[in-house]
Design a protein around this ligand. Structure first.
Ligand SMILES: Nc1nc2c(ncn2[C@@H]2O[C@H](COP(=O)(O)OP(=O)(O)O[C@H]3O[C@H](CO)[C@@H](O)[C@H](O)[C@@H]3O)[C@@H](O)[C@H]2O)c(=O)[nH]1
Ligand SMILES: [Mg+2]
Length: 242
């Protein structure tokens, strides 16, 4: 008999108390309706808004097998949050996504289907805002420009052949995520781009699923201008090395 797949969602949070119950509810509904085994690992960086209290209530409401809280002592960045969370994964597939429902769980079954579609066996399935029916809703012109510019910059220099390098809604085989993460140096938002460039350079097979990214309703984005500088540095250093 074939082994049943298990999907572990890594969810980094920083001040997401209003979003967390809804995203947990949507994830539970999606996995249950699709008869999939899953767990949710919340990586909270000591959010001052009490996100962890909400996480603890959710663990009680759903069960400690389904929802896990793996906090850190301070705000240590998005890239290292995934590295931290990965240690606790018990599934054979890992999904990374944002907690503010910019990444709607309804795309997860599509990503899972794509992973093995027509006898394929992709190592990574990435959501893309920049191909097919994908798109971005709710961002101002400046943010759209930064995102497009970041993708264009990395694509021009590194040619990885993936339409959305900075997007962070992805499905990985756990072993692949572990292997690529070991080589990745980015601590912040440039993590996604570096992971994808390295994965392609390492010969992993990547598929794309168009997603609509809807800007958050509650709370603020945590991206700052220092992240943009770090991103540019990371693209250039990959250009030299990879
Ligand atoms: N634990 C932890 N979580 C963090 C940190 N910084 C951000 N997060 C969490 O990471 C997710 C994304 O953060 P946002 O601040 O909402 O990002 P965004 O501006 O909407 O950016 C989105 O687009 C970027 C560009 O395409 C993406 O790179 C990014 O991942 C995200 O999808 C959210 O769940 C947020 O709580 C951190 O330092 N630590
Ligand atoms: Mg967001």
């Amino acid at each position: 008999m074939a082994i049943r797949n298990k999907y572990s969602v890594l969810l980094p949070t920083y001040n997401e108390r209003r979003n967390l119950p809804i995203i947990a509810w949507l994830l539970n509904r999606t996995f249950t309706e699709n008869n999939l085994d899953w767990e949710l690992i919340i990586i909270d960086d000591a959010s001052p808004d009490g996100t962890q209290e909400i996480a603890k209530q959710l663990i009680k409401a759903y069960s400690p097998e389904r929802i896990k809280l793996q906090p850190r002592a301070g705000k240590l960045g998005l890239g290292t949050a995934y590295v931290h969370g990965l240690q606790y994964v018990t599934g054979n597939f890992v999904i990374i996504m944002d907690a503010d429902f910019s990444h709607h769980p309804k795309f997860i079954p599509q990503m899972i289907k794509k992973q093995s579609e027509n006898g394929a066996d992709y190592d990574i399935v990435t959501g893309t805002r920049y191909a097919g029916d994908g798109g971005v809703y709710g961002w101002d012109l400046k943010r759209k420009f930064v995102s497009r510019g970041a993708n264009l910059f990395a694509d021009t220099l590194l040619r990885p052949g993936v339409s959305d390098l900075t997007g962070s809604f992805r499905l990985y085989k756990k072993a692949v995520l572990q292997e690529v993460i070991r080589k990745t140096e980015s601590k912040g938002y440039s993590f996604q781009m570096e992971m994808m460039v390295r994965a392609k350079a390492m010969g992993f097979k990547v598929a794309e699923v168009p997603i609509s990214f809807v800007d958050r309703l509650y709370g603020d984005s945590k991206i700052g201008s220092n992240e943009i500088t770090a991103y540019a540095k990371s693209v250039i250093s990959l250009w030299v090395k990879v």
